[in-house]
Every structure is written in structure tokens, then in C-alpha cells.
Ligand binder design. Structure first.
Ligand SMILES: [Zn+2]
Length: 191
């Protein structure tokens, strides 16, 4: 099922590597089907290099596996929580890209210091509160709580990394690359 979406989500995951946003098996991208019933996500423990569309895992919006040869990414419940709260979101990316994550180290939002950030992200990129790792929806609820306008395209996950949200999986990866680029520029400027 959802063969087209599996192809797109697989390609979006591989794009994280091409963009230099992830190493090893870190990071994950998902996409939601157009009827908003299912999520297609990267499998747990399969390398980016070996990954094919057939390895993608289909779950319902509660993160229960509907189809798949593997377990879904361990972040599936964070993705599902955001999908349930953001009807506009059709793709989610999560990375630990270093410059964006340097703000997570400090627990600080990325302030809108350049016009392109305002154009792409509408303003500051918020940061979550610290979250409870033991809770199934600890990450998801922290992300949603940090969204003040409910249309954010990126949120810094405190002491962890960054999540980005797009119309589809490719757009989520595009925002992941843009956040990293902005953060790198700010750090070069000593911000
Ligand atoms: Zn992570």
C-alpha cells in the first residue's frame, strides 16, 4: 500500500545524508498520506545506504504498524503526535544537525536575525521545554507545546536536536537544511 509515498519518504530520508544533516543511522523522515489516515516512516536499524522504498513502515496515526518488514523509527510516536495536532503537516524530519542542535545544547530558540529566516520560518524558531524521555508522547507534546502559532515549520528540541514540518516529506527536509544553514551563519557571526 502507499507505494508512491514510500518512494517519496525513502528519497527524503536519503536526502538527509546528501545534505550532510545526519550521520550513521541518526535522523528520520516521515510522510502522511493525502487522506490523513496513515504515516509512512523510516524503519529502525536499516542504514540509509541500504534503505529501499520497500523498507518503509506504514503505521496508523496511533503509531500502530499497518504494513512493514521492520519496526518503525523509535520516533514514530513523536511524529504521530504532531500529525494529530497539525492538520496542515504532511511531512516531518528530525535531525541532530550540529549548528541547529547547538541551540538545543543551550536550550535557546533561534532568533530571527536574517530576512531569509523571516521569509521561510515567519520569525524565531522556538525551543521546547525539557521533556520526559520515559513518556510515550514526551517529545511530541513538548514539540506541540512550543508551537505558539500552530504553523511553525521548525522547532528546536531542547538538549536533543531539531524537528521540521512541511507539506510533504521533501519540504520537511528542505526546512531541515535551511535551519542548519541559518544556524551555521549565526554561529559564524558569533551569535
Ligand atoms: Zn533524535
Amino acid at each position: 500500500m502507499l507505494e508512491d509515498l514510500k518512494g517519496k519518504v525513502c528519497a527524503a530520508n536519503k536526502e538527509l545524508v546528501k545534505q550532510g544533516l545526519v550521520i550513521s543511522t541518526i535522523g528520520n523522515v516521515s510522510g502522511r498520506d493525502s487522506r490523513k489516515e496513515y504515516v509512512v516512516i523510516k524503519p529502525e536499524g536499516v542504514s540509509y545506504e541500504e534503505m529501499t522504498p520497500a523498507d518503509m513502515v506504514v503505521t496508523d496515526l496511533n503509531g500502530e504498524v499497518v504494513e512493514g518488514l521492520h519496526q518503525p523509527s523509535g520516533y514514530i510516536h513523536a511524529h504521530c503526535f504532531v500529525y494529530k495536532h497539525r492538520k496542515d503537516v504532511g511531512g516531518i524530519a528530525h535531525t541532530h544537525s550540529p549548528y541547529a542542535t547547538s541551540y538545543a545544547v543551550q536550550g535557546k530558540p533561534i532568533p530571527a536575525l536574517l530576512i531569509p529566516q523571516v521569509a521561510n520560518f515567519g520569525g524565531d524558531i522556538p525551543v521546547t521545554q525539557k521533556y520526559d524521555m520515559k513518556q510515550k508522547y514526551g517529545i511530541g507534546s513538548a514539540l506541540v507545546k512550543a508551537m505558539k502559532n500552530n504553523n511553525e515549520k521548525a522547532v528546536i528540541l531542547n538538549r536533543h536536536g531539531v524537528f521540521t514540518f512541511g507539506n510533504d516529506s521533501a519540504e520537511a527536509v528542505k526546512y531541515a537544511a535551511l535551519v542548519e544553514d541559518l544556524a551555521k551563519t549565526y554561529r559564524a557571526a558569533g551569535k
